[in-house]
Design a protein around this ligand. Structure first.
Ligand SMILES: C[S@@+](CC[C@H](N)C(=O)[O-])C[C@H]1O[C@@H](n2cnc3c(N)ncnc32)[C@H](O)[C@@H]1O
Length: 313
């Protein structure tokens, strides 16, 4: 997809209704020769709206779209490009646990949880957070300081009365952010969209929980290094990922990963944009603004990309 069209789509589909400023920025970028030339000088995998906007915020604050945006780019372009080359879109959204938890709670436990593309590992702690699904609520086991994630659900969603038992957990990421490093945490915060102050507050709470109970995340590539991570534990093994396989652009590598998931004795939870594993979406009416959550290759729910909604099938 051409760059300008990609930014227009981001404004229309992803940012609409979630961030007025990012939608304005994206529309502006699509029509700004300066911004498009700036992006064109970066490697193709470094041109995404989320990466650009987080780097621009970190370096240059929150200018309005238009001349002010282009001024920041003219002044700070070198520093912004350096952040975009050094960092990845590693948005670690623990709110996605509000969608994962009802599925995890249906599996026979105790569970051993592996997350590939875990970022800092915040989604490896679903049993330590609270949830408010509207018709049901689960308080965080550790008390009031843990985040409570709100999530709109449809009436088919199976809402659990207790957290699943997770006895072992491990994460894998190309470059796991270090929650003890102020720069890494500032980057995770910059990846939360500007007007979403409640989401940012919950991220900070989740980071505090994770600092108390650090989820182990090792550096590695899910297309090569997963098998080595699968430890023999006396628990039901679950491998999960959300907003990750979209970054594995080689369809053959995705297919190999799916084959590995099907041939091992484990449960596989995939929570990705519906185009990532078209097999999972077969027969369903496509929903461009949702992720599709699947268990062992079968679709179970449409989910809000940041965990804000759960529509059980
Ligand atoms: C958008 S973040 C999602 C993080 C987390 N799954 C969540 O839902 O909050 C995508 C993560 O996948 C990681 N990633 C991308 N490709 C990967 C690969 N081939 N192997 C391991 N991690 C990968 C990135 O480094 C990044 O941290």
């Amino acid at each position: 997809m051409a760059l300008a069209e990609r930014y227009l789509r981001f404004a229309r589909v992803e940012a609409k209704g979630h961030s007025r400023l990012y939608a304005d920025w994206a529309r502006h970028v699509a029509g700004s020769a300066r911004a498009l030339a700036f992006l064109g000088d970066l490697p193709p995998d470094r041109r995404q709206p989320n990466l650009f906007f987080a780097a621009l915020r970190l370096v240059g604050g929150l200018p309005e779209a238009g001349a002010a945006f282009d001024d920041v780019l003219a002044r700070e372009g070198v520093a912004i490009a350096a952040v975009m080359r050094a960092r990845r879109t590693q948005t670690n959204e623990p709110g996605r646990c509000a969608c994962l938890l009802p599925l995890l709670a249906r599996l026979d436990g105790p569970l051993a949880l592996i997350e590939v593309g875990a970022s800092a590992g915040l989604c490896l702690l679903p049993d330590l957070y609270g949830y408010d699904w509207g018709p049901a609520r689960l308080d965080p086991p550790g008390g009031a300081r843990a985040p409570v994630f709100p999530c709109r659900v449809n009436d088919r969603a199976p809402l659990p009365g207790q957290h699943p038992e997770i006895v072992w957990r491990a994460g894998l990421d190309l470059s796991p952010p270090d929650l003890g490093d102020a720069g890494d945490v500032a980057w995770l915060e910059a990846l939360v969209w500007p007007e979403q102050s409640e989401r940012l507050a919950r991220l900070r709470q989740a980071v505090a929980v994770a600092r108390q109970a650090p989820p182990p995340v090792v550096a590695g590539d899910l297309t090569r290094d997963l098998a080595a991570l699968i430890a023999p534990v006396d628990a039901r093994l679950v491998v999960m990922h959300s907003a990750v396989l979209t970054y594995v652009s080689d369809p053959g590598a995705r297919a190999d990963f799916a084959r590995l998931m099907r041939t091992r004795d484990l449960h596989w939870i995939s929570n990705e944009a519906p185009g990532v594993f078209p097999d999972h979406a077969k027969g369903l009416t496509p929903r461009a603004d949702k992720f599709l959550m699947a268990l062992d290759g079968r679709p179970v729910a449409w989910t809000g990309p940041h965990g804000q909604s759960l529509d059980w099938l």
